[in-house]
Design a protein around this ligand. Sequence first.
Ligand SMILES: [Zn+2]
Length: 264
Amino acid sequence: MRAHGITEYEVYAIKYASVERTRQSNFLEPIDGDPNALMPLDFFVWLVRGAGRLLLVDTGFSQISALARKRFFLQEPAQALSALGIQVEDVSDIAITHLHYDHAGNVKQFPNARIWLQEREMAYATGKCMCDLKQNHFFALDDISVVLKRLYEGDVRLIDSMHSFAAGIEFHRIGGHTDGLQVVRVMTTKGWVVLASDAAHYYENLEKKNPFPAIYSKADMMDGYELIRQLADGEDNIIPGHDPKVCTRFEPLDLPGAHIYRIA
Ligand SMILES: [Zn+2]
């Protein structure tokens, strides 16, 4: 299907894990209501499919990482892909929104994929900020090592700010949560969808401009809220990185054992 001569892609959110949290732990600024009320956090990867392309957005973490970090694990992202009839060898491209453990694990499982990452994210995750244990806590050295190895093997494409991957698929640096966080903008039958990843953990972070507390640059985070609104055709087309509401706002696929939601 085409609008304005641009391919309209299918977009899926794949939930693979979750963790229980309190409301206040998901916001930097004080919130209204009970700070200790529960507000779970879901973990997703996303898939973009169309015009013979298979683009995986983020790779999630493994069952081993889930145990180490005490996350409730549903399923390996690769296993969810196989429910969609996609084998790991079929994935030709992976966009990594940022290198945190919950977005950039499992890369080893995708032997044929080119990896698209912001240059600033690679520099951030291997530079002086990682001397700070509070910042490197969100990264897994094993994951970074795998990406670095793939970089040396020629499989990584480093992006400077914005890259048009294909007509209808773009990568945009936002920063904020990490220095090189990028979002993925995709043309769909619903218009431009923005896979915001951790540029907005929850819809409420964006709506209230009250960010998730893990922040590298608050100024970039705030600018990011504006940019993702400009990039998406309407608020409904902004997909936050960790919000369980994605699983109620979008239709689940009828696939046993998988938690896959059709975004567009
Ligand atoms: Zn995250």
